[in-house]
Write a protein of this length. Structure first.
Length: 93
């Protein structure tokens, strides 16, 4: 049976990849003038353990970097999600 820590980091990696791809897809849609992903859905993905990837995608694709709430909350969520993973690892869960 996988540990809680292993499961957490697996979900973190999977959802971070989804967050990174979502930021890239939204940037591509913005350039092409297509229908965009809502800011609410980007934040929901970041809240659901995708903040590390969404933050990386934000800076990699230079997308949403002019919005203070993305520049502030995405990295903050990423740090909190990584800290929770570190706490689980240190407790041996």
């Amino acid at each position: 049976m996988p540990s809680l820590c292993g499961l957490y980091f697996s979900l973190l990696a999977l959802l971070s990849l989804a967050g990174f791809c979502a930021m890239g897809a939204d940037k591509r849609r913005a350039r092409r003038g297509l229908r965009r992903l809502s800011e609410r859905s980007l934040f929901a993905l970041a809240l659901c353990l995708g903040a590390v990837g969404a933050t990386a995608g934000m800076f990699f694709f230079r997308h949403k970097t002019k919005h203070w709430y993305f520049r502030f909350f995405f990295p903050l969520l990423a740090v909190l999600q990584l800290a929770l993973g570190a706490l689980l690892a240190l407790r041996g869960l």
